[in-house]
Design a protein around this ligand. Structure first.
Ligand SMILES: Nc1ncnc2c1ncn2[C@@H]1O[C@H](COP(=O)(O)OP(=O)(O)OP(=O)(O)O)[C@@H](O)[C@H]1O
Length: 248
């Protein structure tokens, strides 16, 4: 059986009296693509922040690539192979496209200091940065200042920044939020073309888009998992239809 990339066991997050995530469990195997969907306030972002280590769970257990990371800080999870993008851009707008990606690639380089280290590191960083830009179709914008990119290009660059750190598991936080319909098509293509060995979990408010991109879906409402299944099973699920109708 394919090894597990990410396992959540009854993960619960409480903010005072509010249970934002309520005993959510999921087993994501390496190379799988999953979406977490649900209406506003369902708990998707909190679940993501808990997986990435920005929020610690009140109870439950999180395993990343066979390591228990439940109480580990975000940077330790990143070193273990977890990458993520954010709904709110975290790019350096005054720097160029390649500089943004190179900073992320540099963070991943953990070579020990040796006399030839700077040269080797420079080669490694610029190769990884170039590859990441090619993966998101931004190689032609290499030297462009980020401030001059369109919104859609900036969303692509955010994915390149995450890829430059060479993650094994990538969390995409609403990758299509705020994009025009043509930009959404490009984003859909980009996600579809991500390397198959990369495990991808995405949050997406747009159920139709999310279901086109993944093979496995978790639908949350009020912090709870109300359905898990294939896109077809989720489309046909009456509870899912009810929560989406309620939120329209
Ligand atoms: N830091 C926090 N402190 C207190 N309550 C919070 C905090 N973060 C989230 N919440 C609450 O937890 C619940 C779940 O919020 P969350 O942002 O995870 O939902 P969501 O599914 O991502 O919603 P959206 O689609 O609107 O982003 C909401 O009621 C929200 O107000």
């Amino acid at each position: 059986m394919t090894p597990t990339a990410l396992h959540l066991d009854a993960v619960t997050v409480r903010f005072a009296a509010l249970t934002a995530v309520d005993r959510v469990s999921m087993t994501v195997r390496r190379g799988e693509r999953w979406a977490v969907i649900g209406p506003n306030g369902a708990g998707k972002t909190t679940l993501f922040r808990t997986i990435s280590g920005e929020v610690l769970p009140s109870s439950g257990r999180i395993t990343l690539l066979d390591h228990d990371v439940t109480r580990k800080p975000a940077y330790r999870r990143a070193h273990r192979g977890l990458g993520r993008t954010y709904q709110i851009t975290n790019l350096f707008s005054e720097l160029s496209v390649v500089e943004n990606v190179a900073i992320a690639a540099l963070g991943r380089t953990r070579s020990r200091f040796r006399s030839w280290w700077p040269l080797r590191m420079e080669r490694d960083v610029s190769r990884r940065a170039r590859e990441a830009l090619e993966q998101v179709h931004l190689a032609h914008r290499h030297d462009t200042p980020v401030a001059e990119l369109s919104h859609g290009e900036q969303r692509h660059l955010e994915i390149a920044v995450a890829l430059a750190a060479d993650p094994a598991v990538l969390l995409l936080d609403e990758p299509a939020a705020g994009l025009s319909s043509s930009e959404r098509m490009l984003m859909r293509r980009l996600i579809t073309e991500l390397p198959r060995e990369l495990t991808v979990v995405l949050i997406e408010h747009d159920m139709n888009l999310a279901l086109e991109l993944v093979e496995h879906v978790v639908c949350m409402d009020n912090g709870e998992t109300i359905a898990t299944g294939s896109p077809d099973e989720i489309r046909a699920n009456e509870r899912v239809q009810a929560v989406y109708l309620k939120s329209d």
